[in-house]
Design a protein around this ligand. Structure first.
Ligand code: C2E
Ligand code: MG
Ligand code: MG
Ligand code: MG
Length: 293
């Protein structure tokens, strides 16, 4: 291996830095264009009633089909969007998209299949966010009860007062709010009673080791706490029947994960829904029953 003098190392670091910043500028421009050209869309992952096996709704998950590169994970492009401020525009576009989908399914079924949309802390803490949501619901003709917003612990931890105020406005509109990835962050438990939440979503990291007894103990404790605070519990990342059983027995009301379905295209999600309406099994713990309404 060639010896490097400190001067060369510095030059290389500078070159690398230039490459990185031109790469991130390239990413920013590509993302800006991707939003405009509708390269970013939503997949829908079913949420299942732990006891009846019925479909309860979907979580909308963003996907970017980037020309010349292929499918980019939201873990990557949401970060770019947050760093560049594009998250406000992207978030609004995705929320509109999800609400139009709720409206389309509602027109078909006569009732809404609730959809949960992920919201970045930067969106949530934007002062105009509640009005934006209100306008999008009104424009798409979707009742607020059909929409859930998933927020992460980190927003709440860093800005408890602002988060509390924003969530209060949203819940006054009739929107349900879920705390996503619960159990991984640094939230104080006391925070839970200060926020108008409907649901806790237990992070996949705590579900993965189920049915190991210590993992069962943790999930059971979360469910007991949630029940005492009048919160619903969703277990995310259910991949096996054993995990599904353990999560249900621990007290989780809703299950979501590859065991039931991967995130689906709009068309596949629609088929899934129609199959359930026709009375076919969901592949869950019990046979699915028709969706009510
Ligand atoms: P999340 O909201 O916690 O979403 C759950 C993630 O787990 C999704 O990854 C989903 O595809 C994946 N998943 C679901 N079931 C299973 C399973 O059984 N096993 C495993 N291994 N994974 C499972 P995805 O779609 O890559 O999204 C990652 C994260 O990106 C999301 O985590 C969310 O934080 C963020 N994200 C996705 N879409 C949006 C969006 O529209 N807006 C914002 N702000 N963030 C989004
Ligand atoms: Mg989520
Ligand atoms: Mg999650
Ligand atoms: Mg997660």
């Amino acid at each position: 291996q060639a010896k490097r003098t400190p001067g060369t190392a510095l030059a290389m670091a500078e070159q690398r830095f230039e490459q990185m910043s031109s790469l991130s500028l390239e990413n920013e421009q590509a993302l800006r264009k991707g939003i405009k050209q509708q390269e970013i869309y939503l997949d829908y992952q079913p949420k299942i009633d732990a006891v009846s096996g019925r479909l309860l709704g979907f979580e909308a998950l963003a996907r970017w089909q980037r020309p010349g590169i292929g499918l980019v994970s939201p873990v990557e492009f949401i970060v770019i969007a947050e760093r560049t401020g594009l998250i406000q525009e992207l978030g609004a576009v995705l929320l509109e998209r999800a609400c139009r989908q709720i409206a389309a399914w509602r027109a078909e079924l006569g009732d809404c299949v609730p959809v949960a949309v992920n919201v970045s802390p930067l969106q949530l803490l934007n002062r105009g966010f509640p009005q934006l949501v209100e306008r999008i619901l009104a424009d798409s003709g979707v009742p607020a009860r059909c929409l859930t917003l998933e927020i992460t612990e980190s927003a709440a931890v860093d800005n408890l007062d602002d988060t509390q105020a924003q969530l209060q406005r949203l819940s006054e509109l009739g929107i349900e709010v879920a705390m996503d990835d619960f159990g991984t962050g640094f939230s104080s438990l006391g925070m839970l009673r200060q926020l108008p939440l409907r649901t806790l979503k237990i992070d996949r990291g705590l579900i993965e080791p189920l049915p190991a007894p210590d993992a069962v103990a943790v999930v059971t404790a979360i469910c007991q706490l949630a029940s005492a605070l009048n919160l619903q519990v969703v277990a995310e990342g259910i991949e096996t029947e054993a995990q599904a059983k353990a999560a249900r027995d621990a007290g989780c009301q809703e299950l979501q994960g590859f065991f039931y379905a991967r995130p689906l295209t709009v068309a596949d999600a629609g088929d899934w829904m129609r199959r359930l309406l026709a009375g076919e099994a969901s592949g869950g713990l019990r046979d699915a029953e028709p969706v009510a309404g």
